[in-house]
Structure formats: structure tokens, C-alpha cells
Design a protein around this ligand. Structure first.
Ligand SMILES: *Cc1c(COP(=O)(O)O)cnc(C)c1O
Length: 396
């Protein structure tokens, strides 16, 4: 905690970790935040200092106090042994995967994984003799049927990108533990405030820090945190690959994290409210939000999560492309763009059926992914109702 030691004590509740971990004003003339330490070269006074490989900072690529402060926050929040940083969420994911696999291994990846993660497995890992099989996100304990002697890693993302299936992580972990398989979880949607995969037995947790951690759509950032067993391997892989985050982006992530708890509380309540409201609208065929009782994985979500992310999807009755255009081209408040996690709401047409390979997505309709930001809820509903009206009117 910040006041006395500046060290991460691991004693706080999430809100207190977020406000106090990773900063030590006494080291910075009393200023509250850990400053941005830009730098490559670290100077040594003597040859003894040069030979001291336990010195906290030796070269800019590996570490600096700004980045350390963010590592400490994420480590405590996830209940991890340590954390490494990357220049994006995808870089954190690829770095973590490359740190644990070797030629001849096989990885099992959820069919609902973030598409660039899928592309990395398919187009890059394959070139190094690591094969990937995609699995049904609702597989649970039946994942055992897919495991072979070569299975090294199970990559979970829960809920899944675009379609929000919640995975039975404890069931998957039970199979993995029995067979010595590593479980890695992309926890970007829930954040460690609402879901703690390491406590459920996972080995490594990765985050698109770009999204909720940064929280203001103004930086790219990624983290990977490991339990004590896997941390040396993760750290070594991270160092060997030369991956890191810029101190400026780490600073922005730290600043975003200070308000993560209150933002997540709002995002959870708001996304659930808008999802429930949408479910009542006549044009809506289905809403995919784990906090809704109608969601097929609602019970698993209630068991393993303590809140909901900002993001969910909605399926509307089938209409031609010009109806979709009428809807999304003229929002007052909802923006259309990739990424999510900022204070501003987004609505993006999506096509999950074009991505999956292990499972079939046989819905009828047009689908949209919604990120609920921090605008007034009535204003958001008014904007969405008008958009649905335009969609409806564009039938002809
Ligand atoms: C955006 C995203 C990522 C990748 O993060 P970037 O910072 O954009 O590279 C990974 N996983 C999920 C679930 C995401 O939404």
C-alpha cells in the first residue's frame, strides 16, 4: 500500500488496491501519482553496480517505475504472483502463449475467442509446429474428449467475444489439472473486479488493458498475470521476446485503473439495464447478456462472476443492409467503432457466423455489439429507440 512502504501488501479490498497500490508519494516529492519514467539507458555508478543483476532497474526495455506500479495493481487485483505488460492486449496474449508452448504442442482455444487471437493461432503458431483446435464454449468437462498427450494449453475467453457464452471454468480447470495442461483466460470483459480466474484454478490471466483499464479510449495496453508456478516462464518469455509497454501508456492505464471500481459498477448496472430494455422491444429477436435470466449461461455467470461488463450483443429481425445503415449511420450518441471500454457508448454491426469453425451459429437476423458508456440512461434509450424506429421504417 502506498502510504508506508509503496509495496503491494495484498491486503486490500479491490477499491483500496485500486486507489493505493503502485504509488509511493514519499519517493516523488509528495506528488500523488507515480510519474512517467521515460528512458532507455540506466546509469550505474560503479562496476559493482553494473554487475549487480538484482538491481531493480537495469535497462528501459525491461522495466521502469511507472510500469512497475501498474504491474503491482494488476497483480494484487488478480491475486497473481506477478504481471508483465505489453503494448496491446493482443501482444499480451501472443507473448503469454509463446512463453508456454513449444513445437509439437497442441492448444485448445474457445471458438468464441477474440478474432485476432484466433488469427494468431491459425496463421502464426501453426508455422512453428503448434497446432490449434477450437472448442465449443459450452463444452465444460467434455473438453477432456479433445485433450491428447500433446495438449499443452487451453485458452479460455469468458464470456466469448461477440456472442457472450460463459464457460464453465472450474470444470475445464479440473480436466486441465488432472492432465497437467495450462489454462489461460482472457478476462477483459469482467475485469478482476467481477471475475478472478486464478482463484478458480486458471494459471495465467490476460487483459486487453486498452479497454476497461485505460477506460478512456486513449491508449493501447495489455497485461498478462501468472500464478507462482507459471510466473518464471511468463517473465522469461516476455523478456526474450522484447515485449513491453511504453511508460506513457502505463501511466494512462494506472490513471484509468484508479477509477475502475466505480466505472465497472456503473457499466455493469447500465449494460444490464439497457439489455433488459432491449429485450422488451418488438424488433429484438434475442439479447446476449449473461446477467439476463434469459441467457443460457446465466447460472454459471451468477456462480463465477460478481458483476457484468459493459458489452453485450443484440439480434434484430432480419433486414437488408440499408436498414442497418439507416440504424447505425444516424445515432446521436452511440458511436460505431472497434474496441470498447471507454466512457462513450458504441454500437457495431457484427457477423459471428463468419468467424467460428467448431460450432455453428445459425441465427436469423442482424446482430449488433453494444458497449454501454456513461451517458444518461434515458438519453441512451431515446437514441436507441430512434435507431430501432429507423431500422423498422427501412423495411421496404
Ligand atoms: C480488444 C480485445 C483484445 C485485444 O486488445 P488490444 O489492446 O486491442 O490488442 C483481446 N481480447 C478481447 C476480449 C478484446 O476485446
Amino acid at each position: 500500500m502506498s502510504k508506508k512502504s509503496g509495496k503491494s501488501g495484498g491486503l486490500g479490498k479491490p477499491e483500496t488496491i485500486l486507489t493505493h497500490t503502485g504509488r509511493n508519494p514519499a519517493e516523488h516529492f509528495g506528488f500523488v501519482n507515480t510519474p512517467v519514467f521515460r528512458g532507455s539507458t540506466v546509469l550505474f555508478e560503479t562496476i559493482d553496480d553494473l554487475d549487480d543483476h538484482d538491481a531493480p532497474y537495469r535497462y528501459g526495455r525491461n522495466d521502469n517505475p511507472t510500469n512497475r506500479s501498474v504491474e503491482a495493481i494488476i497483480t494484487e487485483l488478480e491475486g497473481a504472483a506477478g504481471t508483465v505488460l505489453a503494448s496491446s492486449g493482443l501482444a499480451a496474449i501472443t507473448t503469454a502463449i509463446l512463453s508456454v508452448v513449444a513445437s509439437g504442442d497442441e492448444v485448445l482455444v474457445t471458438d468464441t475467442v477474440y478474432e485476432p487471437t484466433r488469427n494468431f493461432c491459425h496463421n502464426m503458431l501453426s508455422r512453428f509446429g503448434v497446432s490449434t483446435r477450437f472448442y465449443d464454449p459450452r463444452i465444460g468437462a467434455r473438453i477432456e474428449e479433445l485433450c491428447t498427450d500433446k495438449t499443452k494449453l487451453i485458452f479460455v475467453e469468458s464470456p466469448g467475444s461477440l456472442t457472450f457464452e460463459v464457460q464453465d471454468l472450474p470444470a475445464i480447470v479440473a480436466v486441465a489439472k488432472k492432465r497437467g495442461i495450462i489454462v489461460m483466460v482472457d478476462n477483459s470483459w469482467a475485469t478482476p473486479l467481477f471475475h478472478r480466474p486464478l482463484e478458480l484454478g486458471a494459471d495465467i490471466v490476460v487483459h486487453a488493458g486498452t479497454k476497461m483499464f485505460v477506460g478512456h479510449s486513449d491508449a493501447m495496453f495489455g497485461t498478462a498475470s501468472a500464478n507462482a508456478e507459471l510466473l518464471p516462464q511468463l517473465k522469461r518469455g516476455h523478456r526474450l521476446q522484447g515485449v513491453g509497454a511504453s511508460p506513457d501508456d502505463a501511466y494512462l492505464a494506472a490513471r484509468g485503473l484508479r477509477t475502475l471500481a466505480i466505472r465497472m459498477k456503473e457499466h455493469s448496472a447500465r449494460s444490464t439495464e439497457l439489455a433488459a430494455w432491449l429485450e422488451q422491444q418488438p424488433l429484438v429477436e434475442a439479447v446476449y447478456h449473461p446477467a439476463l435470466p434469459s441467457h443460457p449461461d446465466h447460472e454459471i455467470w451468477k456462480r463465477d462472476f460478481t458483476g457484468a461488463g459493459s458489452l453485450f450483443s443484440v439480434l434484430l429481425k432480419t433486414k437488408p443492409r440499408h436498414a442497418v445503415a439507416a440504424m447505425v449511420n444516424h445515432f446521436e450518441l452511440f458511436g460505431m467503432g472497434y474496441s470498447w471500454g471507454g466512457y462513450e457508448s458504441l454500437c457495431l454491426p457484427i457477423h459471428p457466423e463468419r468467424i467460428r469453425t467448431a460450432t455453428h451459429w445459425d441465427f436469423e437476423g442482424c446482430m449488433f455489439r453494444i458497449h454501454v458508456g456513461l451517458e444518461d440512461m434515458d438519453d441512451l434509450k431515446t437514441d436507441m429507440a430512434a435507431a430501432l424506429g429507423r431500422y423498422q421504417a427501412a423495411t421496404a
